[in-house]
Design a protein around this ligand. Sequence first.
Ligand code: FAD
Ligand code: NAP
Ligand code: SF4
Length: 687
Amino acid sequence: MVRRGTGETVNPSIRYPKLLSPLDVGTTTLKNRVIMGSIHTGLEDRARDTGRLAEYFAERARGGVALIITGGYAPNRTGWLLPFGAKLTNRLEARRHRRITDAVHREGGKIALQILHAGRYSYQPFSVSASSIKAPINPFRPRRLTSRGVRWQIRNFVRCARLAQSAGYDGVEIMGGEGYFINQFLSERTNRRRDEWGGSPENRRRIAVEIAREIRAAVGKDFLVIFRLSMADLVEGGQSWGDIVALAQDLESVGVDAINTDIGWHESRVPTIVTSVPRGAFADITGKLEKHVGIPVAASNRINMPDMAENILSRGDAQLISMARPMLADPFWVRKAEADAADSINTCIACNQACLDHAFVHKTVSCLVNPRAGREVELQLLPARKTKKVAVVGGGPAGLSAALESARRGHAVSLFEARDQLGGQFGIAQRIPGKEEFSETIRYFTTALRQADVAVHLGHKVTAAELLAGGFDDVVLATGVVPRMPSIPGIDHPSVLSYAQLVEEGKPVGDRVAVIGAGGIGIDISEFLTTDASPTLDLKEWKQEWGVTEPEAAPGALTTPVPARSPREVYLLQRKKGRIGAGLAKTTGWVHRAALKAKGVHELTGVNYERIDDDGLHITFGERRENPRTLDVDTIVVCAGQESVRDLVDQLTESGTPTHVIGGADVAAELDAKRAIEQGTRLAASI
Ligand code: FAD
Ligand code: NAP
Ligand code: SF4
């Protein structure tokens, strides 16, 4: 054992010695370096969901995380994220939180409440901010606070911290980043004041320092006070690096115990957490701050596996790792790291589909790879009362989840997959540049199926006769989908490929390509075609592409983007008139649309596909089939949706064998892996 000055204990004989070593933060000892970062689940907003929230946190505490930070609670109504959203303003509300803090403490965990004032991001007409400047992502213009109003806000932050302490929390995190209220005071972009709260860097940071100082005075020394600080605003007019360092030092001097970090504002046009952002992309910036303060700094954003976390800690870029989504994906992340079983971790693939995309449409947050997240109470996978012999046909996301969870409940499960590898359509998705993380889900299921003793038969296209002869009690048909080939004259021309032939079979493709269909897959395929075969997710290239520079080089760490050139000319077509990509999700759609634009993809809408021949793809526009045009392309890739594979359904159901159809085999329209995995899991819970 090696002892360091900070009370840090490192055991070099274990696989992740830094990650799993305790750390003194203020007067509190954290048992390891993993913080579950704040993510708003939606369960915070309604008193009736307190029990569900308590169980959700308790499961993460059981999973070994050292400190949990709750979703954000507003210190008053002006700070609400949404009307009637989560707030902590009185004793009655504080009493309810006892259920949460007790549940976490019973499991040996620690929990801090995040105080989040949304400022001009508050989605309501009574929002307030440093200046009356509307956010580009919110229709409501905030009211400029008077100086007295600022003092009142500070007192509300302090009241919130006191109430959190009375509710049994181990500390608070003050949200000072992501473009929320405090960040709006810190940045010239949103703070045009000339009084004591603006005009100079010292004045702009006064509110943050006062909040921290007064909270510390109110709660005493034995209560964690953490400040969430923006490492780079990634917006025009963002804070300079000097301002950020000075703020961190001031916060330390007024008694803040640790700094948690984040990157970018919600309105910034640089992606910071989506799957195409390289892992650990911003940890080096945290490392720069680490050298300027004596208190622990936590790295965050796109850290999802123990190796990466250990690396960041051993490089000295941070003393703590903050992960929010990875804890949704796998509550037992820390326990698995402790057992040196990283390959058993259900990795967060940064898709946002069931977490942040749910939050934006006011649905309770869950997780694509772990549908139990946020549903710990209602979606239980208890041991089966009667052990059954179950066949699962199809090793795509639906079949994988059904097979795994059925086996975990005690059933004897055989999984049949026609391909030589697991994953189904998700196996195609993982080959799209920027979706490499998807391979982690297939790795997780592969390992977990082995551990759960599922008999996996690869390269076995099972027939109805085999299934009937197998004596199975239940058969699950998860046979998925195949690409739809629309009936366009000339669709059998040699220049035409399905997306599966292009990506999976690696069929050759020319320099000029038309993509028929601009849904999620058409857009992914356009990115595939416009990205060079060179290694993707290279951090340097990624920063160039999105215009991210060193924080010292420019306020907000922004520079001119220099996207890599596309190796091909690509036309992306759809029959609908509207904007391409309009149906994509809120948190990721804009990233895809920006990427297509940067690569110069030609977008054509309102198209009629007339025919395909040696001259290329013949199209017209609109209902009256006007403006005929021939796209002189070498290759046409079809991404026109999918059709269900249901060839086994009739025979199986007619035989009387209990047969369940899930995933794409059930319904192909609007299918995604979120629905497929959830359907598989729910079915397994009921067999
Ligand atoms: P499938 O994935 O189609 O799996 C069915 C499996 O059954 C196949 O492996 C097939 O070989 C097997 N099978 C069929 N018949 C038999 C038989 N008789 N015997 C044995 N095996 C059989 N979804 C998202 O949620 N997010 C994304 O970002 C995303 N990106 C995508 C990008 C691309 C390029 C593609 C192609 C898909 C993407 N998807 C995405 C969609 C997602 O992959 C599918 O929704 C999901 O795979 C459907 O799962 P499934 O299990 O129902 O079917
Ligand atoms: P999709 O989103 O339904 O898009 C299919 C496209 O094909 C549409 O642009 C449609 O638009 C066109 N089309 C449909 N029928 C056609 C026909 N007969 N002839 C010509 N064009 C036709 O489906 P997808 O792109 O295949 O994706 C499948 C699923 O995977 C989606 O539901 C999606 O959720 C999921 N996915 C998700 C992501 C993600 O990032 N979350 C990424 C990829 C895939 P027009 O009719 O206007 O031409
Ligand atoms: Fe991660 Fe996607 Fe799950 Fe969100 S939904 S936690 S991004 S895997």
